[in-house]
Each structure stands twice: as structure tokens, then as C-alpha cells.
Design a protein around this ligand. Structure first.
Ligand code: AMP
Ligand code: GLY
Length: 425
């Protein structure tokens, strides 16, 4: 089979790495890919938002299946375009991807189907005064969310009313998130531990993957601004069986059936961002794709051939499918450029990856890297995801940090406390 993977970050490196293990996949292309992916697949100079370019390539190369990594092409309708051309593609349609692409759509959907989530109101950009009045009434802490895709930056967790009002003004007046801020969701601040449950969904049937936990803040102890994710581990011990059942019955199934019933049947990977509150699990966010860096700890535990799951999902056959996982633990520590998530410098030479992988049970996933004059250099905020697996969390964490200590680039920063929440339980 010939497979095309769309994307070029750590998540896509994880997807390509898992597909490479399949005896059924004999050729993988990745657009645009990165140097790490380039060791496993043929990288293409086509951007993820160049839907017609991707379609032309898939037709010309007779690609059997296209797998979409990031949200941008999904929200642009890449799945609709490929399906209309008779090509097989893994991911939700444009309408189904609204669960991620529009926070106001997701909130109203959850309200309609009684799916537990934070209490909220939606305001148009012309309703600044109403939004401020609502914030005055509800008090802080309170959360302000730009409606559309804002590269993970559209959420402001405001600890004071003043901070919340500033955020509303920045989105509605200064338009810091552009058209993503045409609507704003103002929602209740929820307290509890967060976890990620990625699920394969074929329109009607959903199968959850193993649990994981991301580390969103840039500094140790969950301090500093939010990032794309500074590390992850799997499984997340916060997800005990009764809680998992609760999430499946009160969140996952109602979401899948709800989307089906409104004519937006969901196919692909559904990312449930859950917060475990005193009143039970609630949805913080949906994403319409694999998580990053969660993928880098979930897929290394997958026993079943990923391409078989993808085919069963596309064909709507998950109801007769079983997915097997390895009991081992996986930990991913992200090495980021100094200054990230603010300003940072590209082009720093990276060394030590081969030595780190020689430790065994270590895989270095590339996110923001580039080859310049034959040298591997940094090219992004999140540069590498160092994943280690082990028989238990302690061993996996120790191995991951030993691997990190062998890798160098100028200004590199990483969190030293990945998985601490699990140890502190
Ligand atoms: P999102 O992009 O929606 O995942 O939000 C980014 C981060 O903001 C989440 O991972 C949470 O840590 C935090 N967050 C979002 N919504 C809430 C909420 N209602 N209450 C508390 N924290 C939140
Ligand atoms: N790790 C969070 C995300 O993928 O959106």
C-alpha cells in the first residue's frame, strides 16, 4: 500500500513511525514532513493547506490512503475534497471538524446533547459591552476563548476580572486573533486534573485509545504561559476504570451519536480534552485529530497494525474490530527552543540524537528541525520529542531524561517534571 501523511511535526513523525512498522505499507510519502520523517518516508515540498496540490499528488501517485495530521487542512475540507475525487482519506469532514475549528459550535453542540462541560456564554465581536457585563457578573477566575483556530493561543485563563476584560478587548478591538476572534466564548473556570483520551471513531462506533496526559505550561510546576505541549506520558493513572466508563458513556458516545444525528457523522481520531472535576469529568476541548505530543506516547504502545485500524475506520467497521495495546509505559519530553512560546531563534545545530537512541527503547521524534548544509538545525518552537518506554513510569521517565541529557542545541529548554502528577498521586 502507498500512504500519504499530511503534516510535518512530532505528531506526524509518530504516525509515520507507526505506519512504517506495518508489513502492508510499502511506501510512505509525507507532506511536508521533516528531517526525522525523512529517514522513514519520502518528504514532499507541498504545504498542508495546499489541498489541490495534495490532491494532484495523491491522484498522480495512486495513493491508497491519505492520513491527515493537523487541524488546518481538516477545517479547510481536505477530507471532503479527497472523497469527492474518489480517494480514501482518514480524518473528519469539514463539518465534523467544526468540533475543533469552532469553539462556539462545540459548546452549543454539548449544550444540545447534555454533554458535561463548563458553563458559558457566546458573544459576537460587536458585543464587547455585553461580554464585559457577563465577566463582571460571573467574576474571576474565568476563561476567554477565541472561537476559531488560533494555533493553540486563543485561550486565556484569566485569574482576575481585569485580565479577562483586557483579553476580551484584545480579541474584539485589537483583533489579536484575526477572524478567529469574530466570536468569543466566555466560560466558567474548571478545577481538576486534565487528561487526554484519543478515540478512533468510524461515524457510529468509537474505540478509545489508551489514556495520556499533556503538560501545557512552559515551566515546571505548571507555571508560565500555555504552549502546544511540553511533554506527555501514557497511561495516565488519573483515569481509573469507573472514570473511563463515565467518560465513554456521558461524553464519548453522546458526542458520536449526536454528531451522527445532526448529519455531521464523525470519522477519524476524536481528541477528548477532559478535566476531572469534583462533579465528574467535563469536556475542556475537542480536537479533530491526534494530539501532539500525546501521539508520541500513545502510538508507541499500539500493538495492532495502525493501517488496519485506519482502514476499518474509513470503512465504518470498527464495531467488529479489537485494538490491542502494550502494557508498558511511555514518556515524551519535549525539547524546545529558548524563548518559546515567545520569540526564539532558529538555525541552532542539534547534536546527540544517535547517542540518545543507542540507549534503547528511546525514539527521538522531530518537530521543528531542518537540514542546512547537511547539518541538523532547529527550525521551530518545539524542536524534538524524546520518547522512552519502560516497564513502569519511573524507568521510562529516567530513560527519557537520560536521553535528553545527551542531546544538545544552543538555548534548549525542557520541563524537568514530566509525569510528576502521576508520581504525586
Ligand atoms: P484549550 O486550547 O481549549 O485546550 O485550552 C488550553 C488550556 O487552557 C487547557 O488545556 C486548560 O489547561 C486551560 N483551560 C481551558 N478551558 C478551561 C476551563 N474552562 N477551566 C480551566 N482551565 C481551562
Ligand atoms: N497536546 C494538545 C493538542 O494536541 O492540542
Amino acid at each position: 500500500m502507498k500512504v500519504l501523511v499530511v503534516g510535518g511535526g512530532g505528531r506526524e513523525h509518530g504516525i509515520v513511525w507507526a505506519l512504517k512498522k506495518s508489513p502492508k505499507v510499502n511506501k510512505i510519502f509525507c507532506a511536508p514532513g521533516n528531517p526525522g520523517i525523512g529517514e522513514l518516508a519520502e518528504c514532499l515540498d507541498i504545504k498542508v493547506d495546499n489541498i489541490s496540490g495534495l490532491l494532484d499528488f495523491a491522484k498522480k501517485e495512486k495513493i491508497d490512503i491519505t492520513v491527515v495530521g493537523p487541524e488546518l487542512p481538516l477545517s479547510m475540507g481536505i477530507v471532503d475534497t479527497f472523497e469527492a475525487a474518489g480517494l480514501k482519506i482518514f480524518g473528519p469532514s469539514r463539518e465534523a471538524a467544526l468540533l475543533e475549528a469552532s469553539k462556539s459550535f462545540a459548546k452549543e453542540f454539548m449544550r444540545k446533547f447534555s454533554i458535561p462541560t463548563a458553563k458559558y456564554e457566546i458573544f459576537y465581536e460587536t458585543e464587547k459591552d455585553e461580554a464585559i457585563k457577563y465577566i463582571e457578573k460571573e467574576g474571576a477566575p474565568i476563561v476567554i476563548k477565541a472561537d476559531g483556530l488560533a494555533a493553540g493561543k486563543g485561550v486565556i485563563v484569566a485569574m482576575t476580572k481585569a485580565e479577562a476584560i483586557t483579553a476580551v478587548k484584545e480579541i474584539m478591538e485589537s483583533k489579536v486573533f484575526g477572524s478567529a476572534g469574530k466570536k468569543v466564548v466566555v466560560e466558567e473556570f474548571l478545577e481538576g486534573e486534565e487528561l487526554t483520551l484519543l478515540c478512533f471513531v468510524d461515524g457510529m462506533t468509537a474505540i478509545p485509545m489508551v489514556s495520556s496526559q499533556d503538560h501545557k505550561r512552559v515551566f515546571d510546576g505548571d507555571q508560565g504561559p500555555n504552549t502546544g505541549g511540553m511533554g506527555a506520558y501514557s497511561p495516565a493513572p488519573v483515569l481509573i476504570k469507573p472514570l473511563e466508563n463515565d467518560i465513554i458513556n456521558k461524553i464519548l458516545y453522546p458526542t458520536v451519536l449526536g454528531m451522527h444525528s445532526i448529519g455531521k457523522a464523525y470519522k477519524g481520531v476524536l481528541y477528548l480534552g477532559i478535566i476531572v472535576t469534583k462533579a465528574g469529568p467535563k469536556v475542556i476541548e475537542y480536537n479533530a485529530r491526534f494530539g501532539d505530543p500525546e501521539t508520541q506516547v500513545v502510538l508507541p504502545r499500539l500493538k495492532t497494525d495502525l493501517i488496519d485500524i485506519i482502514i476499518a475506520t474509513i470503512e465504518g467497521k470498527l464495531d467488529t474490530f479489537t485494538i490491542e495495546w502494550e502494557s508498558k509505559t511511555a514518556v515524551c519530553v519535549v525539547m524546545a527552543s529558548g524563548g518559546y512560546p515567545g520569540k526564539y531563534k532558529n538555525g541552532e545545530v542539534i547534536t546527540g540524537i544517535k547517542n540518545a537512541e543507542k540507549l534503547g527503547d528511546v525514539t527521538v521524534f522531530h518537530a521543528g528541525t531542518e537540514l542546512r548544509d547537511g547539518k541538523l538545525v532547529t527550525n521551530g518552537g518545539r524542536v524534538l520529542g524524546i520518547t522512552a518506554t519502560g516497564p513502569d513510569l519511573r524507568k521510562a521517565v529516567d530513560k527519557a531524561y537520560r536521553a535528553v541529557s545527551l542531546i544538545n542545541f544552543k538555548g534548549a529548554q525542557h520541563r524537568k517534571d514530566i509525569a510528576n502528577r502521576a508520581f504525586n498521586r
